[in-house]
Design a protein around this ligand. Sequence first.
Ligand code: FE2
Length: 293
Amino acid sequence: MHRNDLVEGDSVQQLQADFSDPRCAQPVDFAEHGAPNQVVNILEERGFAVVTMAEPGPPDAKLTALAQTLRLGDPYIPALYRYAETQDYSAAFSDIRSDTKDQHPGFSTTAGQAWHVDGLLDAIGDIRTTVLYCVRAAHRGGETLLFNSLAAFAELRERDSAAAEALLSPRALNRRSTLPAIDMSNTGPVFSVDEAGTLATRYTDNDTCTWNFSAGPPGGLRRALAFFRKASDNPRYRLAVRLAAGEALIFRNDRLSHGRRPYEDSPGARRHLIRALYAEVPSCRPSRLSARH
Ligand SMILES: [Fe+2]
């Protein structure tokens, strides 16, 4: 990796975002004229947007309409869920709610979730968009946590380029499945820069991770990890979003890391989110089909 390549990503607006700005989590009413354009712009500025989809209707239909309007294409099934043993999780829309009969370590518990990107077996940048639609909020807690790991990487690059370089090593981070009886893992970089200078993140710091501290310049990865653990507490880079029923959080899974606060359910009224993943980025450009006359 040449140093010049590393500077190209500075054109990404999200590197300048300040998550401590209270306007960040203000929802956009998706029914309003111009809302899709606004959402696309906000996603470019911050990496995420909250939208209100208050009109009645089944959640799946709302998610489908949202994906169509934002030209996200069909939902993406993560590599981990393409096996016979994991087919229970391979639906286009995943229900996320507590379920003592289910063994999924993230979907079916009320525990908190540490920083991660979705798609632990998928290559960096493959799953570019995550949508979380809230059917019912938790009785207490359950906020989705967002970390602008891309901006933290840009800061580290300025402060300690050797540490940043270690994060670009294709040997830096192994993530393995924590699903019972599914012994699969994937090794790759924590950040990447493509030919166009576009940055992508795979920054994760949870129980799926094995760090290879021999990757990159000596000591670099340890310093990088220490920097990220501090940066993820910085209000400029991190934000907690509590979704209300009928709201959806759309975020760039290739540019942000995310997590969850633990939560408590009311009896008979479990917190219920629906998750959909996409390989595409939200856009409002007319498709080739509709541009044809
Ligand atoms: Fe997730």
